[in-house]
Design a protein around this ligand. Structure first.
Ligand code: UGA
Ligand code: MN
Length: 242
């Protein structure tokens, strides 16, 4: 079955480096379509350039965050992921999809484990903090709670990188979507997939005892620039045109 990897991305100095690293990881995975979805109003020629060079089958779509959300603690990657769901509803019939942020660190065996998910699969996500991991806790083959640095009253206190869903199951849940509610994106998306029986959820990565994906981030250099002032990419573009 095919894998659909939905990757939100946006313009900032790290973007091309992140996409290069993730793309090189995805090159090791067969039968995969990479949905690269940028939070922007126009396609960036350099993104197209490196996606072509990487050679992983891809679709490059746009999904700008509505301006009303673009202040304070913003709901990152939400419009992008919903655009990915819209694409799947129109174009996919089988397989599994996964929300893979552009900055995380993925072990390629994760992709082969998730490929055969029947409905919903979950697994641990390594955190590079003293918390160490965010994970469902499995005892005697059954869910016995969750471990996370911040439970926050969430029904499914898991990370965006810690689950995948089958396309068929998505088709049975036409109203499922990622909400513009910062920090509650994961739980509310999973809640939008309900009814979700305990037996509908598979726990992968050796019953959640192994870490196959890490929530990482690159160090930001200097203050963040506003959305439309990422001059660095214009500079890169000059090199490309030379
Ligand atoms: C995590 C989750 O993936 C987000 O869904 C959640 O919003 C966030 O935690 C949070 O709770 O604040 P995190 O690593 O903190 O993500 O955020 P980023 O990696 O900066 O962003 C998540 C994804 O959205 C990335 O793929 C990034 O490229 C994309 N993004 C980020 C945008 O498309 N637009 C933005 O303005 C920022
Ligand atoms: Mn991140």
């Amino acid at each position: 079955p095919p894998l659909y990897i939905i990757t939100p991305t946006y313009r900032r100095p790290e973007q091309l480096a992140e996409l290069t690293r993730l793309g090189q990881t995805l090159k090791h995975v067969k039968n995969l379509l990479w949905l690269v979805i940028e939070d922007a109003y126009d396609w960036h020629p350099l993104v197209t350039h490196i996606l072509d060079r990487i050679g992983v089958p891809y679709v490059y779509l746009l999904a700008p965050m509505p301006e009303q959300y673009r202040k304070g603690y913003i709901p990152r990657g939400v419009s992008n992921r919903n655009r990915g769901l819209e694409y799947l509803r129109a174009n996919a019939t089988e397989g599994v999809f996964y929300f893979a942020d552009d900055d995380n660190t993925y072990d390629i065996s994760l992709f082969e484990e998730m490929r055969y998910i029947q409905k919903v699969g979950m697994w641990p996500v390594g955190l590079v903090t003293s918390t160490g991991v965010s994970s469902p806790i499995i005892r005697n083959g059954k869910l016995d709670g969750y471990y996370d640095g911040w439970i926050g009253g969430r029904k499914y206190p898991i990370d965006m990188a810690g689950f995948a869903v089958s396309v068929k199951f998505l088709h049975e849940r036409p109203n499922a979507k990622v909400p513009f509610k910062t920090s509650f994106e994961e739980t509310l998306f999973l809640e939008s997939l309900e009814p979700l029986e305990r037996s509908d959820i598979e726990y992968l990565a050796d019953e959640c005892t192994d870490i196959l994906v890490w929530h990482t981030q690159s160090v930001k250099n200097g203050p963040a620039k506003p959305f439309n002032e990422t001059l660095h990419n214009d500079t890169n573009l000059k090199y490309l045109e030379m």
